[in-house]
Design a protein around this ligand. Structure first.
Ligand SMILES: NC(=O)c1ccc[n+]([C@@H]2O[C@H](COP(=O)([O-])OP(=O)(O)OC[C@H]3O[C@@H](n4cnc5c(N)ncnc54)[C@H](O)[C@@H]3O)[C@@H](O)[C@H]2O)c1
Length: 434
């Protein structure tokens, strides 16, 4: 038996050595692909090609028992290849998180991630002009002032904190301020705040004089790892969220994790819900990191990995649709709950947390509930679930009575199913035993 074992181990060692050599060859080819994509501003993610490679290569494995494992092996290799290409394209082969470039051709921009980056805005952004800085009453004033000190000529506007500020009234006030400040086409606006300030400022910048430069300095965890990428700007109308808006990419983004030191714990947890969402569909390691390690210590890594997921999706699909739908995981019910909560008692991330449960498999759900509880996030909606479901039917993403729903059966992967609204509602009712 020992002989057999030794022989098998020897063979595995030899194969591993050959595989290491093949791995190096594969990564060399991946590097060439990365350079080609970088030079043409193309996205790293190529879902159609990945599917084709998996189906073609797995056909060579004749043993049924091994085919599934080979598919996982290929997926893992392709994921590593994507990470490697991402690092090369971002000019950070060593995985340094300093700068992430969003490849959107002429709309591309850099995200500067790192502690203390707020004080480097003058060097990273062009602030040698009139700069309208928009912040809100909940954001420590010091952040906008530290930015203002780096501008040639700055005016700070502070709007009331809260979702109500994403309104026509505030949009108009910002446009008035720009006019009054004498801003021209060559001046710029900077948002210093969470998603509310970012969405409102971005929209005003997109339309003042048909568009002026916009920079974003997100200060909540949610806005740092989510709304800072994607170029979505919007305000609300008649209680309908984000119904008036534009796709408008910023010229640059600064993410300084140090500003999170002043953010209340409940807001941190709400942002983590979005990171958990990204990990569930796309990055099992990120899920492990959030589950097992010290979140405060690893916050930069969590932001970085979430951004890399959103970056790949956004680059592949700048406007809504297709793969971008994976970002909506947990959002179908989440948005319904958010709409049902007239006075916004629940935060966005909290609604998403609840929304992820019915669309996760039993095994995933067990781990998901544990991680949500770890951060004091809700796992069940205590309000009027029928009211929440009624809003799903009115959702702007609803195509006739069909909706695309993202399901996670296994951490790190997803499936999208087009289903009718009623079937989705039944799934939720079953969860709530209605
Ligand atoms: N554009 C997008 O792609 C996108 C994506 C997700 C969410 N959103 C939008 O973002 C909004 C939610 O954003 P949010 O969760 O960042 O909420 P938010 O902007 O309302 O901020 C939450 C609270 O934190 C306070 N705050 C912000 N930074 C702080 C800091 N560093 N220290 C202490 N307090 C601080 C704010 O004053 C506010 O009271 C929603 O309107 C949502 O629609 C947009």
């Amino acid at each position: 038996m020992n002989d057999k074992l030794d022989k098998a181990r020897k063979e595995i060692n030899e194969i591993d050595k050959e595989m290491a050599e093949l791995f190096l060859r594969r990564m060399k080819a991946a590097k060439d692909v990365a350079e080609y994509k970088r030079d043409r501003g193309l996205a790293i993610l190529d879902e159609a090609r990945e599917k084709e490679v998996i189906s073609k290569n797995s056909a060579f494995v004749k043993e049924d028992n091994l085919r599934d494992l080979y598919v996982s092996f290929l997926q893992g290799t392709m994921n590593l290849s994507k990470i490697y290409q991402g690092r090369l394209i971002n000019g950070s082969e060593d995985g340094c998180k300093g700068k992430i470039h969003i490849n959107l051709g002429s709309h591309g921009y850099d995200i500067h991630l790192g502690r203390g980056m707020l004080d480097r805005a003058g060097e990273l952004f062009n602030l040698d002009r009139r700069v309208l800085i928009v912040t809100d009453t909940g954001v420590p004033r010091e952040y906008a002032e530290r930015l203002g000190a780096q501008c040639k000529e700055a005016r700070i506007i502070t709007v009331k904190c809260g979702e109500e500020s994403k309104s026509f009234e505030l949009y108009k006030i910002l446009c008035h301020e720009m006019l009054d400040f004498g801003m021209t086409r060559t001046d710029c606006a900077v948002a210093v705040g969470g998603g509310v300030v970012g969405d409102l400022t971005g929209l005003a910048a997109s339309s003042y004089m048909r568009g002026i430069d916009f920079y974003n300095i997100p200060t909540t965890l949610l806005s740092q790892l989510d709304s800072s990428i994607g170029g979505k700007t919007a305000i609300n109308l008649d209680g309908v969220k984000n119904i008036v808006g534009a796709f408008y990419q910023p010229c640059g983004v600064i993410i300084d994790p140090d500003v999170l030191n002043t953010l209340p714990q409940r807001q941190i947890a709400s942002g983590l819900a979005e990171a958990i969402k990204m990990s569930l569909t796309s990055d099992a390691e990120l899920f492990e990191l959030i589950s097992n390690d010290d979140v405060k210590e690893n916050i930069e890594e969590i932001i970085y990995r979430s951004l890399m997921i959103k970056k790949q999706v956004v680059e592949a699909d700048e406007r809504e649709g297709g793969i971008r739908r994976i970002l909506n995981f947990g959002h179908t019910l989440g948005h319904g709950i958010e709409a049902a909560e007239e006075i916004n008692t629940l935060y966005h991330g909290e609604c998403v947390a609840i929304g992820m449960i019915p669309v996760s498999s039993t095994e995933v759900r067990e781990k998901l509930v544990a991680i949500l509880e770890k951060f004091g996030l809700p796992t069940k909606y205590n309000g009027d679930i029928e009211k929440a479901l009624s809003f799903i039917k009115q959702d702007k993403k609803c195509d006739g009575n069909k909706i695309s729903v993202v399901f996670v059966d296994e951490i790190g992967s997803y499936r999208i199913e087009k289903t009718d609204v009623e079937s989705f509602c039944s799934l939720v009712r079953e969860e709530y035993k209605i």
